[in-house]
Each structure stands twice: as structure tokens, then as C-alpha cells.
Design a protein around this ligand. Structure first.
Ligand code: IPM
Ligand code: MN
Length: 353
């Protein structure tokens, strides 16, 4: 029997609650589809940091390299200054494990409310490929004369040909395999950020020559936001840099029904990938059994798909589709008509071979 070793970092806030449901569904899927998941739990997160002063202990990254994937809940604690855990755990893992793709599907399932008037599931079905290890996120820059009237702050966007090219190449391959509209939109800001996006643009059209079957398109990031609201049906796959990808995928999450359902994968196609709900730790809902676990369940589904358990992943997706269209009143915390654990149970019950 196929066994997949998975590291689980349930993290902070509602992370543990949603990951518990995700693991429950994943285990049910592995039973039904005849493979094994071997979970090892790690306590990295805000509580551990407050107790030990450590974000990731020494050796953590090396240790995590033994797994096929990491299943992550949420990072962020109300008693820890913003930035420490995000940079010390989430971004540190993305960078250290060279997870250079952040794959974020924006798919509206039937029966789910979207704030976009007159748009339905046939209009909202695309995937954002966000570069995940470069750009403004590398932490390049510095501050001078901090706290004085002469203070200077510089934050630079680092873009390498290698980093940009591997991301764009992944996006073309993904678009080809997705086999839908076969259209790849490059989202940038070539009219203003003329160094970074010149590199991106040249790379995009260089790689495009190897994919004559894929239609290429370009939109500035501000226009991308506009089209995502006005004509989301135009998109199939969007490729963009780290910062723009961060921003447009929150917009994407909203049009697909909210943070309750939005999932993503931090991928290193040659190494260890990490799957997570894209929302945060939601401290105000913590421990109340009201948070929506579907985003975590969908992250689990993406993880199985990535591990090659295609049938099981498909079954989870179908179960989620059933539960959102037939059972749940809303995808928002506290308004689902069910508790967190009940939603997990519903998905499990609908898992069929
Ligand atoms: C995300 C999050 C992170 C990011 C934060 C928590 C560092 O917003 O995964 O989109 O900016 O990448
Ligand atoms: Mn974000």
C-alpha cells in the first residue's frame, strides 16, 4: 500500500480546529481509496514562540525535508507582534524549502454565494500561479535614521531570471495540463515597474514560444483586479509576482465565496510542498467550533492531488461540492447552519468511491 508521510503544523487560532477536520477527511479518504497517510504533528506557532522564544527550532527545516508534504493550519497570534510568526515560520518555510509556486485556485462551486452580481460557477473558474520566493518578500532593503524626521525606508523587489522563468514555465505547463481555455494571463505593472516587469515580460514571451497552443494575454495588476470583478470568465490561469499574487488572491477568495473555502499550495515540484487554507488564524472565532473547515479540507484535497492520489482528491472535491450546495446555509463562520466538526462530518459522509 502506498504510504505518504505528512508533517502537520496546525498552528495558531482556529488552525488546529480546521486541521483536525481536514485530517479526519483525509483519513477517511485514505481508508476508502486504499493508501496510507502517516501524520506527524509539530507545534510550531504562536504558543510555542511565547513559551520558548523560538519560531522554528534549529534543524526544523532539515527535519521537514523527510516528508512528502506539509499540511499547515494558520500562523498568527494576537499576543505576538505582527511579522514575527509570519516571517519566522510561514515565509521561512516557503523560502527554506524553495516552494517557488503558490498555487491558488479561484473556483466558485454551485450553490455558493458570490458578491459578483450576475456571475455564477461557469464564470468563476481560474487559477492564480503566484511566484512565492522572490519579489518584495525577500526582505531586501533597510532603514536609516529610524524614528527621526530624516528616516529613510527602502524595500526592494528582487527578481531573478531563474526565479521568474521557473514560475512562468510552471504556469504554462499547468495551463496546458488544466486543458480548459488554454489561456495564460501575465499580470504585472509594465508601465511603471519597468525593471522588474521588463524581466518578467521578456521571460513570459520567451517561454510562450514553446507553448504555441496556449493563448497569452497581459493585464496590469490594477486592471486585473477590475477584470476579476467585471469579467472573471476571461481568466483561465494567471501568473504573477509574489506581492501582486498575494493581493489578487484575497480578491479571488472573496469572489469564490470567502476565506472559508479558499485553499492554496506552496509548491516545490522538486522538493517538499506545503498546503494551507489561505485565510488567517481568526482569533475571534478560536475554540468556538464555528469556523469553516472547508478551506483546510480543500487544501488537503490539493495535497492528495499533488501526491498523485487523484481519485481520492476528486472524491473530496465532489463531497465538498455536495455539502456547499445541499447542506450549508453560508460559508461564513458562525452562519454555516452547522458547527466546524459537523461540516467535517458532512464532507466525510459524502466521500464515495
Ligand atoms: C498569504 C498571507 C501571507 C503572505 C502572510 C501571512 C505572510 O497573506 O499566504 O497570502 O503575505 O503571503
Ligand atoms: Mn495573503
Amino acid at each position: 500500500m502506498n504510504t505518504h508521510k505528512i508533517a502537520v503544523i496546525s498552528g495558531d487560532g482556529t488552525g488546529p480546529e480546521v486541521i483536525t477536520e481536514g485530517v479526519k477527511v483525509l483519513e477517511a479518504a485514505s481508508d476508502r481509496f486504499g493508501f496510507k497517510l502517516d501524520f506527524t504533528w509539530y507545534d510550531y506557532g504562536g504558543e510555542r514562540y511565547l513559551r520558548t522564544g523560538e519560531v522554528l527550532p534549529e534543524g526544523a527545516v532539515e527535519d521537514l525535508k523527510q516528508y512528502k508534504a506539509i499540511y499547515l493550519g494558520a500562523i498568527g497570534h494576537p499576543d505576538v507582534k505582527p511579522g514575527i510568526l509570519e516571517k519566522g515560520i510561514l515565509l521561512a518555510l516557503r523560502f527554506a524549502l524553495d516552494q517557488y509556486i503558490n498555487l491558488r485556485p479561484v473556483i466558485l462551486y454551485p450553490g455558493v454565494d458570490t458578491p459578483l452580481k450576475d456571475k455564477g460557477p461557469e464564470d468563476i473558474d481560474f487559477v492564480v500561479v503566484r511566484e512565492n520566493t522572490e519579489g518584495l518578500y525577500v526582505g531586501a532593503g533597510g532603514a536609516l535614521k529610524k524614528g527621526t524626521p530624516d528616516e529613510v525606508a527602502v524595500q526592494e523587489s528582487i527578481n531573478t531570471r531563474k526565479g521568474v522563468e521557473r514560475c512562468i514555465r510552471f504556469a504554462f505547463e499547468y495551463c496546458k495540463r488544466r486543458n480548459q481555455k488554454k489561456k495564460l494571463t501575465f499580470c504585472g505593472k509594465t508601465n511603471v515597474l519597468t525593471y522588474a516587469f521588463d524581466l518578467w515580460e521578456r521571460t513570459f514571451y520567451d517561454v510562450a514560444r514553446e507553448y504555441p497552443d496556449i493563448t497569452t494575454d497581459y493585464a496590469h495588476v490594477d486592471a486585473t483586479c477590475m477584470w476579476m470583478v467585471k469579467n472573471p470568465e476571461w481568466f483561465d490561469v494567471i501568473v504573477t509576482d509574489n506581492m501582486f499574487g498575494d493581493i489578487i488572491t484575497d480578491l479571488g477568495a472573496m469572489i469564490q465565496g470567502g476565506m472559508g473555502i479558499a485553499a492554496g499550495g506552496n509548491l516545490n515540484p522538486e522538493g517538499v510542498s506545503m498546503f494551507e487554507p489561505i485565510g488567517g488564524s481568526a482569533p475571534k472565532y478560536t475554540g468556538k467550533n464555528v469556523i469553516n473547515p472547508l478551506a483546510a479540507i480543500c487544501a488537503g484535497q490539493m495535497m492528495l492531488d499533488y501526491l498523485g492520489e487523484i481519485e481520492a482528491a476528486k472524491a473530496i472535491e465532489e463531497a465538498v461540492k455536495k455539502v456547499v450546495s445541499q447542506d450549508m446555509k453560508s460559508l461564513s463562520a458562525g452562519r454555516m447552519g452547522y458547527s466546524t466538526t459537523e461540516v467535517g462530518d458532512l464532507v466525510m459522509k459524502n466521500l464515495v468511491i
